[in-house]
Design a protein around this ligand. Structure first.
Ligand code: ADP
Length: 432
């Protein structure tokens, strides 16, 4: 600083000395005029540099830095160093901020930063989706103007955030959000929103499933219970009546047995710890076996045909394939009235391998088709039960298809019949 002042004062001191000498040699007026002129030149030079500095500060880049020598050269170079350092710090901070923004955007949760007045300071992409926020207009808006559900406002004002709030956001009827507030810093709050729709759906499915199983078991159990009580109350029942009651009880226990067997099959298929044990399966042999089972189930009530036009075998699990193929055939038999036609086929189509069962049965209305593979979904409950159905057959088929990367195709027309096909990729083919 001292050096700076010293260099700044040199021209003034020199001018003053020269002026004193001129005063001695000529006159005071001359000396004063000289001094005035010299100082004006000094001021003009500083003024010019100041102007250049002002211009440069509008866009302080190294390339546009004004050329200057002496004291002004030093001023510019010091300023440039400061601006450069400032720019570097700014860039580093911007990079850091971007980094944090990217990390927060990648969070599987919505994040909104609220200030002490519950005004939005910042939010990430997921929060924008959850609450339909707009980065341009909603910053510094009161969150309660944008999320207006009364339960949300009550939760925010109550201030007890120990339990999350479950809420259906506006304009997202099918979504459920779990919302939490985390206080931090100077009365600020982080609002975290998590989409728990899938979790809720699974929870509902689990509850429905337990209710369905209980219901399915309850009906035959009630029947069996009724007969047991009758038998106990009437010890002198005729042998014939007792035999008839026992027969009906056996029928109901068979029904429960089928249900439990299907439930166990489903749970085994669902269990990811039991991967498909694959082997080359001779499809000619397997489909013939399924066909014979079908003949005995039909008991001659239908005209069954078998058509095998592909010699290809299949890489897969024999027991699972037998169960899926058998399920489709038994459905065809159960939902086709006496005298109907059923055709079983194994063929190749567009480079894929297809197992199909076509029947001339009761058919299915289009609205039911997408739901057929849901557990316990039945188009006609009483018909399914009368024919010994558990409502789980197609759910089992779907799982087996998934485990073999196959597709289940359903074509059906009400009153005319249905075709259920399992379509396997060519790469599953195994030579015989
Ligand atoms: P279920 O044990 O009731 O037959 P599934 O899961 O096998 O259960 O089938 C679900 C429903 O799909 C059946 O209840 C029936 O309404 C319908 N369905 C399945 N296969 C056929 C078919 N071949 N023809 C007509 N309806 C069928």
């Amino acid at each position: 600083m001292q050096d700076f002042l010293f260099r700044l004062s040199i021209p003034v001191v020199l001018t003053t000395l020269l002026a004193l000498m001129l005063w001695g040699a000529f006159s005071a007026t001359f000396a004063l005029l000289f001094m005035l002129f010299a100082l004006l030149i000094v001021i003009a030079r500083h003024g010019r540099q100041l102007y250049k500095l002002g211009q440069w500060l509008n866009d302080p880049r190294f390339e546009t830095m004004p050329e200057a020598s002496g004291i002004w050269g030093e001023v510019f170079s010091r300023l440039y160093k400061m601006v450069k350092q400032h720019n570097q710090t700014k860039q580093a901070l911007a990079a850091e901020l971007q980094h944090i923004e990217q990390a927060t955007a990648a969070l599987p949760e919505g994040v909104v930063i609220l200030n002490e007045a519950n005004h939005i300071e910042w939010f990430n992409t997921l929060a924008r989706q959850h609450f339909n926020l707009d980065a341009e207009h909603d910053i510094l808006q009161d969150i309660t103007y944008l999320v207006r559900q009364p339960e949300f406002i009550d939760y925010l004002h109550d201030g007890d955030f120990s339990e999350p709030l479950l809420m259906v956001p506006a304009r997202h009827d099918e979504m459920t959000l779990s919302i939490k507030f985390i206080p931090y810093g100077d009365e600020k709050r982080l609002m975290i929103s998590r989409d728990i729709t899938q979790f809720k759906r699974i929870e509902t499915m689990r509850r429905d499933f337990v209710a369905n199983v209980s219901h399915e078991l309850r009906t035959p159990l009630t029947v069996v219970n009724g007969f047991v009580e009758n038998l106990l109350d009437m010890p002198d029942l005729s042998k014939e009546s007792a035999r008839r009651a026992l027969q009906l009880m056996a029928e109901q226990t068979r029904r429960m047995d089928n249900l439990v067997a299907d439930l166990l099959t489903l749970s085994r298929l669902e269990n990811e710890q039991s991967p498909v044990h694959e082997e080359p399966v001779d499809m000619g042999l397997l489909i013939n076996e399924v066909y014979r089972d079908g003949e005995s189930l039909s008991g001659g009530r239908h005209s069954l045909r078998l058509e095998i036009t592909s010699a290809s075998g299949l890489l897969g699990n024999r027991d699972e394939l037998r169960s899926a193929f058998g399920n489709l055939l038994s459905n065809a038999i159960r939902y086709t009235p006496e005298g109907g036609d059923i055709q079983l086929r194994w063929f190749e189509r567009d480079g894929q391998l297809v197992y199909s069962v076509q029947d001339s049965g009761i058919g299915i209305a289009p609205k039911h088709i997408p739901r057929l593979t849901e557990r316990f979904y039945r188009v006609d409950r009483s018909r399914s039960r009368e024919t010994g159905g558990t409502g789980l057959g197609l759910a089992i088929v779907k799982y087996i298809a998934m485990r073999h990367q196959a597709k289940l195709e359903v074509l059906s027309e009400e009153g005319k019949g249905s075709t259920f096909s399992l379509v396997f990729a060519r790469k599953r083919s195994s030579s015989q």
